[in-house]
Design a protein around this ligand. Structure first.
Ligand SMILES: [Zn+2]
Length: 411
């Protein structure tokens, strides 16, 4: 008995000071709800502070007595969208444009010193999309990207240098690690990370709880990335097509078969069930514009990428949404053209929404934090006019944006 009393007293002594009153809640009602995996015709989302407290059918989800009611106006409530692959988005004014388009998070997959400092020391002020960042690319000394300022690339030549670089980036607040596996595709190939250095990067990153994303434009480097255990692939790698085959692509409206060896590689990638961020828009703007000698050739080049993305879908692969904003002159906002390419490759609206939410979150190392409306996730959501599962253009009609539990647009 005495022991029990003592225990109660001790436990009492260990309790923290009286808790602050729980932050007031917000109840979003009168709309369809896509919580990240299923559509509920009449749904409710309860937010408390900056987290999701509950999400479910209107009839069975209790509304807290202190809740402020937000009317979704018959629209669809869904997680805030994520552009999982951008550059040069440190300035709040740029991320504001993403936010206005319903993109509540962007992930920078390679930044130089100036941008990195801005990400590390964000300025408070105008509400803007969240930013997650990698910092500089890890690459072989003198490697890709060659056409950028040196601070955007950290050359690592040995496993020890690789481990130190990952530790340095983690200490600087990196949310994930980006590696480049690219020889520049020119007559004088750039050096590329060796197998053992790449392995040291992934081992050290995983030890520190960070994901590794690999830039792979050429299918020849895909095996190296998968062997090292990277967590996401950036850009759909192109098949090697001879000039004669490419000429055939220009003459035919139907897609031609892609090389067997290439499809085997895609199959291996699909089997891993890691997110691939295709970024076909930037491949169109950069790679296709560089190889094509006419508009017809450019169109054929884009069709090759779309066919590759179609085959990858048939093989059961996963995709994430990313625009590569900041690298080829595209506008900040909803990566609509990229979504259209996904549609052309036969991905369903539900798959594209998953790519733009939970799969992009995974690619950015933020699974469990953003990209879903399950309890415990950050309270980032949007309300759109219409049902994007039936008509994806509903995403272009954003009525309300909630960021971190606050209505920042459409109140
Ligand atoms: Zn990029």
């Amino acid at each position: 008995m005495l022991l029990a009393v003592l225990l109660v007293l001790l436990l009492g002594a260990c309790q923290p000071a009286p808790a602050q009153p729980a932050p007031a809640s917000l109840a979003i009602m009168n709309g369809a709800l896509w919580d990240g995996s299923q559509l509920i015709a009449d749904g409710v989302v309860i937010l408390r502070g900056n987290r999701i407290e509950a999400a479910g059918p209107a009839g069975t989800t209790p509304i807290p007595a202190d809740a402020r009611i937000v009317d979704a106006g018959g629209g669809t409530i869904l997680p805030g969208l994520i552009d999982g692959h951008v550059h040069n988005a440190a300035e709040p004014e740029i991320r504001r444009k993403f936010l206005e388009a319903g993109v509540t998070s962007v992930c920078d997959t390679g930044a130089g010193a100036v941008q990195l400092r801005q990400y590390q020391n964000p300025q408070e002020g105008l509400p803007a999309a969240r930013a997650y960042f990698a910092g500089p690319f890890l690459s072989a000394p003198g490697g890709y990207p060659a056409d950028t300022d040196d601070s955007a690339r950290l050359g690592v030549g040995t496993p020890e240098e690789a481990r130190q670089a990952v530790q340095q980036l983690a200490a600087g607040g990196a949310d994930f690690i980006k590696v480049a596996l690219d020889d520049g595709r020119s007559d004088e190939p750039l050096p590329v990370l060796s197998t053992e250095v790449l392995q040291a990067v992934t081992d050290e990153a995983h030890r520190l709880g960070l994901t590794v994303r690999a830039h792979v434009l050429d299918v020849r480097y895909l095996d190296a990335a998968l062997d090292a255990g990277v967590d996401a692939i950036e850009h759909i790698p192109a098949p090697e097509l001879s000039r004669q085959v490419f000429e055939l692509w220009m003459q035919r409206d139907l897609p031609l078969p892609l090389p067997r060896a290439y499809l085997d590689e895609l199959q291996r990638l699909a089997g891993r069930q890691i997110p691939l961020t295709p970024t076909i828009e930037v491949l169109e703007r950069r790679t296709c514009n560089a190889v094509a000698r006419s508009e017809k050739e450019r169109t054929a080049c884009v069709r090759v990428y779309i066919e590759a993305l179609r085959q990858y879908r048939l093989l059961g692969g996963l995709i994430a949404l990313g625009s590569d904003y900041g690298s080829a002159g595209m506008a900040a906002g909803l990566p609509w053209r990229e979504m259209e390419f996904m549609q052309q490759a036969g991905w369903s609206n539900a798959q594209i929404l998953t790519a733009a939410t939970s799969n992009a979150a995974r690619a950015c190392g933020q699974a469990g934090e953003i990209g879903s409306l399950q309890p415990g996730y950050l309270a980032d959501l949007i309300i759109v006019d219409g049902n994007p599962l039936e008509d994806l253009t509903a995403l272009q009609r954003v009525l309300t944006v909630v960021l971190n539990g606050q209505i920042v647009i459409g109140d």
